[in-house]
Design a protein around this ligand. Structure first.
Ligand SMILES: Cc1ncc(COP(=O)(O)O)c(C=O)c1O
Length: 386
């Protein structure tokens, strides 16, 4: 039992360690230093204690920490401008989280559907888009959740990567919602020809294509937004996690056609676009959004994948499917998967599991090659104990 567990509604199984600080990819715990291989669930792309992010936060706090959206703030304005200048988007709406950014996009799709007599919204098997009822409605049925698909009607679930299923996208469809690299769903990568065909169909039938970049965006796959790897652009995209530099922030990005679709009063948020979160976000995105940085993510991702593939050859009975792009990697564990987090923890490495048996690696993007080798060495050491 963790120190304060009895005070919390028990929706999380927490790791029983007290974190006292961190630097780079390392977290400080009472009993020593730990390598963090999931970076606050993909948030801390620059690791811990990034000086530029911390400075931006302190500077903003000296001015004001909150004003409400009745005022324009310099930091939200600058972040919005930066995102527009470096993406397909024409305008942005800031929320506090990923699921709220999804809700904003769903409102556009709902309105578009209503205005044009289009009844359904498309989602895919194994999708995860958040925990509000709207987002949960397009999150693929998870047997353990009574909420999925309970919030909205008219949702059609197609099989991820099934070309034939794309035939169900037609002039009855208002919008398609997709993660090109499914995170929570087990690090499943959309095939290139599947994505190209999806884009073709959404264009042909004038269906809104909305891409969820909450986990895969912000440099995670070696591009600012993962769809850049496919050479396509969506109508809408949602980002969150890393965009707040460790503070709560999400954003809906909309193209020219849909950027003015919601009007005054149709959507809003008290804290959305909080100036401190935006200052942290701008300091973060400016540090990651360079060719050199993105290339380093690609190279380190390849190194990590290559090394894990070598381990698979050595332990074929324990390691199954390996998938991933950049520093977003999934490793299927074929036996005793419930032991793996504990075994890594004993070796001072924090890891995360998803879908029960997928070891999901989302390290800080600043992880070093030495740290990657350390992870691989420990993995090799603990595998026989499974
Ligand atoms: C792909 C994806 N979409 C949506 C969300 C929901 O984001 P949040 O937890 O910030 O609401 C997540 C969170 O893990 C996610 O990975």
């Amino acid at each position: 039992m963790t120190r304060y567990e009895k005070y919390f509604i028990p929706v999380y199984k927490r790791i029983d360690k007290v974190i006292t600080g961190g630097e780079g990819s390392t977290l400080y715990v009472k009993d020593g230093e730990y390598l963090d291989m999931f970076s606050g669930l993909g948030v801390n792309v620059l690791g811990y204690g990034n000086k530029k992010v911390n400075k931006a936060v302190v500077e903003q706090l000296k001015k004001h920490n909150h004003l409400s959206n009745y005022f324009e703030t310099e930091s939200a304005g600058k972040l919005a401008k930066y995102l527009i200048e470096h993406s397909f988007a024409e305008k942005v709406f800031f929320s506090n989280s990923g699921t709220e950014a999804v809700e904003a996009g769903l409102k556009i799709i709902k309105k578009y559907g209503k205005n044009n007599g289009r009844k359904n919204i498309i989602t895919f098997t194994n999708a995860f888009h958040g925990r509000t009822l709207g987002s949960a409605s397009i999150t693929a049925p998870d047997k353990s959740s009574v909420y999925n698909h309970s919030g909205m009607t008219g949702v059609l679930t197609l099989e991820f990567n099934n070309m034939k299923d794309l035939d169900m996208i037609n002039s009855e469809s208002a919008g398609v919602f997709i993660e090109l690299i499914q995170g929570q769903g087990g690090i499943n990568i959309a095939d290139e020809h599947f994505v190209k065909e999806l884009k073709k169909r959404t264009d042909k039938y004038k269906v809104i294509l909305m891409i969820d970049e909450i986990q895969s965006g912000m440099g995670r796959t070696g591009k600012l937004l993962s769809f850049e790897n496919y050479g396509i652009e969506p109508d809408l995209a949602v980002i969150a996690k890393a965009i707040g530099g460790g503070l709560p922030l999400g954003a809906l990005l909309a193209n020219k056609e849909f950027c003015d679709y919601l009007t005054i009063g149709e959507h809003g948020s008290t804290f959305g676009g909080n100036p401190v979160a935006c200052a942290a976000g701008l300091a973060t995105v400016k540090q990651i959004n360079s060719r050199k940085f993105m290339y380093s993510v690609t190279l380190k991702g390849e190194l990590l994948k290559e090394e894990v593939c070598k381990l698979k050859k050595k332990h074929p009975d324990i390691i199954g499917r390996i998938s991933g792009m950049g520093l977003m990697i999934g490793i299927e564990i074929l036996k005793n998967e419930d032991k793996i987090m504990g075994l890594f923890e004993k070796e001072h490495i924090f890891v995360n599991m998803t879908q029960g048996n997928i070891l999901r690696l989302l390290p800080p993007l600043i992880i070093t090659e030495e740290e990657i080798h350390r992870f691989v060495k420990v993995f090799d050491k603990v595998l026989p104990d499974l």
